[in-house]
Design a protein around this ligand. Structure first.
Ligand code: ZN
Length: 233
């Protein structure tokens, strides 16, 4: 039994995603999604701005946490979660209107090609797929999770890991690591970055309040245990 159940299930997801980032056939498939015009802009300027713009504005759709019934004057719908720990599906969200009974189903995948087909999601689907697209270029990219409520990517640019968040508008989406702490009031404890065989503590890159992070962590450093859990995942 793990002491950190909240980490264990996400570790399975991020390990699977990181392994898919090493799969050439998956990367080739997602690369074909990028319009020729955008590919050309990236090649000319060596920057991710056109890719971020296309992905956010033309390709992906955002799935709100709470839906409203279109038949019933935008009445809030209630949500049922169904876990599905099999195959490519992580879980299913069933949004139901308690008045007219209409349903909307949102299926959450860890499989990159399924996400690329559905083109909808929240920060996890967006960062999982955007990471695959940048890896296909190839710009080495990984998944980062703050263990509060958000995840994003980091890309290796000029030998430095750079913050990338495809859910935000440019230029905030590129190299604005303190944005969340400054604007969303984040109180980090551990911000973790994932590769297929390791998990790395990258918290210092995202905070200007390191002494407060350390205070939240207390005397115990969880990283050794988290690395072991990830290794065994
Ligand atoms: Zn309704």
């Amino acid at each position: 039994m793990t002491q950190f159940p909240s980490y264990a299930s996400s570790f399975r997801l991020y390990k699977s995603v990181s392994e898919q980032y090493n799969d050439r056939s998956i990367l080739d498939s997602v690369k074909r999604l990028i319009p020729e015009k955008v590919l050309q802009l990236i090649a000319d300027d060596q920057i991710l701005k056109p890719l971020l713009h296309w992905f956010k504005n033309d390709f992906m759709k955002w799935m709100p946490k709470e839906l409203q019934c279109k038949r019933c004057n935008n009445r809030p719908m209630s949500i049922q979660l169904v876990d599905a720990n099999s195959g490519a599906l992580r879980k299913t969200e069933i949004h139901v209107c308690n008045v007219c009974g209409s349903e909307q189903i949102f299926q959450r995948y860890d499989n990159i090609l399924r996400i690329a087909e559905t083109r909808v999601g929240r920060c996890s689907e967006w960062s999982i797929l955007f990471g695959a697209i940048t890896n296909s270029l190839p710009i080495r990219t990984r998944i980062v999770h703050d263990y509060l409520d958000h995840c994003w990517n980091e890309s290796l640019i000029n030998n430095k890991w750079v913050h990338i968040d495809s859910t935000l508008d440019y230029p905030i989406s590129f190299d604005h690591p303190y944005y969340y702490e400054q604007n969303w009031g984040k109180n980090y404890e551990y911000v973790l970055a994932f590769s297929a065989n390791s998990v790395e503590d990258v918290t210092t890159r995202y905070t200007q309040q390191w002494y407060l992070v350390q205070k939240r962590r207390g005397r115990k450093d969880k990283m050794k245990e988290l690395r072991e859990i990830y290794y065994r995942t």
